[in-house]
Design a protein around this ligand. Structure first.
Ligand code: AMP
Ligand code: MG
Length: 401
C-alpha cells in the first residue's frame, strides 16, 4: 500500500505531456501554453495620453497660475485612432483623448477639466497651472516590450491572460492537446437512468459525476456502455477503451472480491500495474497502471470514493498531460467550526462546507456511500489517522472548484 504522495509521484512520473497543437486564441481558455508566448509588439505601441485633454510643451506653462493663465493656440485635434501629423510648437497645444497618440513635440497632457477656452476665442485655451513633464502620458512599451515573454510553458490561459495576448494581437497559440478519456463503469447491479430497478439494482452515477470533473480538468470524455462483472466483458471493454483514448478510468470491481475483475482484465490485455492500493479513506482500492504509453486508473465503485480519488489522483494527471505546470488542487485555509474526528488507521479526506465567514464545517455523514454530504461539500480536509482536529484549528481545505 502506498501513501497518497507516493501514488501521486508515481503517476506524475509516468505522464509525458501530449503533443502540442496550435489553436485559435479564442479557443484557448482553460488550456495550457505548450511553449513560451512572446509579444510581437510593444504595449502600448506608442506614447499616448492617459486622459481627455490637451497635449502641450511643459515649458510653455512654466509661468501659468490662476492669476496669470497662459493661453495656447489649439493647433489640431487628435481623437483616439487618428494621429495628429504636425507637431506641437511653442505657443500651441493639440486636443487629445484617452489613448490618443501623443503628437510630436508634446511632452505633457493637461486634463480638460483644468482648462478653459478664452471667451469668444474657442481655439485659445487657457491654462491655470504648471504641468510636470510627461504628466498624463503613457509610454511605448511601458506595459510590455516587443519580444518579451507573455507566458511561460505550462501556464494556464486564464481570462486575464487571454486579454493580454489579444491586446498583443496574438491569434494562435501553442497548447497541450486535451486528453481523451474513457469512463468505464463496472457492476452487475448498475442500471441506466431510464431502466426499471429490480431488487438489488441501483442507478449508475459515477460516469456523469466523473466526466464533469474530467471536463473541468480539460479532458474530453467518452462513455461506453455499462460493463458486467465478468472477466471477458471487462477485457473487451478495456481493449475498446484503450483503442480510442489516452486515459482509461474504470469504477468498481477493483478490490479483492471474486467479482472484482478489473485488475486481472487489465493485466491480461497487456497492462502493467504500478500499484493498486493507497493508504487513504475514502478510496483504498485504487489501481494505476500503463499500457502502450496510455494511462489506466481503476477507481473504487463507491461514488464518494470515486469522486475523491479522481480529484486527488486522476485530475493532476489530466492536467499534466496537457502540459500544466501547477497540478495541485486549489487550497484555502479555514478554521474548523467544529471538531473533525478520524478514529481510523488511514488518513481520511473528510468532506466539508465553508460558511460565509470562511469557517469549515463537516458536510455531514462521512461514510463513502453517503452522497448527500459530498454533494453539498465545498472540498476536503485531510485528517491524519487516529486524530481529532479541534474546533478552531486552522486547516487547509482542498476546494473542488
Ligand atoms: P465495487 O467497488 O464494485 O465493490 O462497488 C462498491 C460500491 O459502489 C457498491 O455498492 C456498488 O454498487 C457501488 N457502485 C459501483 N459502481 C457504481 C457506479 N458506477 N454508480 C453508482 N454506484 C456504484
Ligand atoms: Mg462492483
Amino acid at each position: 500500500m502506498c501513501s497518497l504522495e507516493e501514488a501521486l509521484e508515481k503517476i506524475l512520473d509516468s505522464v509525458a505531456p501530449l503533443p502540442a497543437e496550435l489553436i485559435a486564441l479564442s479557443k484557448a481558455a482553460g488550456r495550457f501554453a505548450a511553449a513560451q508566448v512572446l509579444s510581437p509588439v510593444n504595449l502600448p505601441p506608442a506614447d499616448n495620453s492617459s486622459v481627455d485633454g490637451y497635449a502641450v510643451l511643459a515649458a510653455d506653462l512654466a509661468s501659468a497660475s490662476a492669476a496669470a493663465p497662459v493661453a495656447l493656440q489649439m493647433a489640431g485635434y487628435a481623437p483616439a485612432g487618428k494621429t495628429f501629423l504636425g507637431s506641437v510648437e511653442p505657443g500651441t497645444c493639440v486636443r487629445v483623448f484617452t489613448g490618443s497618440v501623443l503628437p510630436r513635440g508634446a511632452d505633457a497632457v493637461v486634463m480638460q477639466e483644468e482648462v478653459k477656452a478664452e471667451p469668444g476665442h474657442p481655439r485659445n485655451i487657457l491654462f491655470f497651472e504648471k504641468v510636470k513633464p510627461w504628466e498624463n502620458s503613457r509610454f511605448l512599451g511601458e506595459d510590455v516590450q516587443k519580444h518579451t515573454v507573455l507566458m511561460e510553458p505550462g501556464e494556464k490561459f486564464t481570462a486575464m491572460r487571454l486579454g493580454l495576448l489579444a491586446a498583443a494581437g496574438i491569434d494562435m497559440v501553442p497548447c497541450g492537446r486535451r486528453p481523451a478519456l474513457a469512463l468505464v463503469a463496472t457492476g452487475n447491479e448498475l442500471r441506466e437512468a431510464n431502466q426499471p430497478l429490480e431488487p438489488g439494482a441501483i442507478y449508475e452515477s459515477n460516469r456523469l459525476s466523473l466526466s464533469v470533473q474530467a471536463g473541468q480538468a480539460g479532458a474530453v470524455t467518452k462513455i461506453p456502455p455499462l460493463v458486467t462483472d465478468d472477466l471477458a466483458a471487462t477485457k473487451f471493454a478495456l481493449e475498446q477503451a484503450f483503442a480510442c483514448c489516452d486515459v482509461v478510468v474504470t469504477t468498481g470491481g477493483v478490490s479483492v472480491g471474486e467479482m472484482d475483475w478489473v485488475r486481472k482484465a487489465f493485466t491480461e490485455i497487456g497492462g502493467e500495474l504500478e500499484f493498486w492500493s493507497v493508504a487513504m479513506r475514502p478510496g483504498k482500492p485504487f489501481a494505476f497502471g500503463r499500457r502502450e504509453g496510455k494511462l489506466f486508473f481503476g477507481l473504487p465503485g463507491n461514488p464518494v470514493s470515486a469522486m475523491v480519488t479522481f480529484f486527488l489522483l486522476v485530475r493532476p494527471a489530466l492536467l499534466r498531460l496537457q502540459g500544466a505546470q501547477d497540478v495541485a488542487a486549489p487550497r484555502q485555509p479555514a478554521a474548523l467550526a467544529e471538531p473533525l474526528a478520524n478514529p481510523g488507521d488511514r488518513r481520511h479526506f473528510m468532506r466539508v462546507t465553508l460558511d460565509a465567514a470562511g469557517r469549515a464545517h463537516s458536510a455531514g455523514k462521512q461514510a463513502s456511500h453517503v452522497l448527500s454530504a459530498t454533494a453539498r461539500s465545498h472540498g476536503l480536509v485531510d485528517v491524519p489517522p487516529a486524530t481529532t482536529l479541534p474546533a478552531g484549528a486552522v486547516v487547509e481545505v482542498l476546494r473542488w472548484d
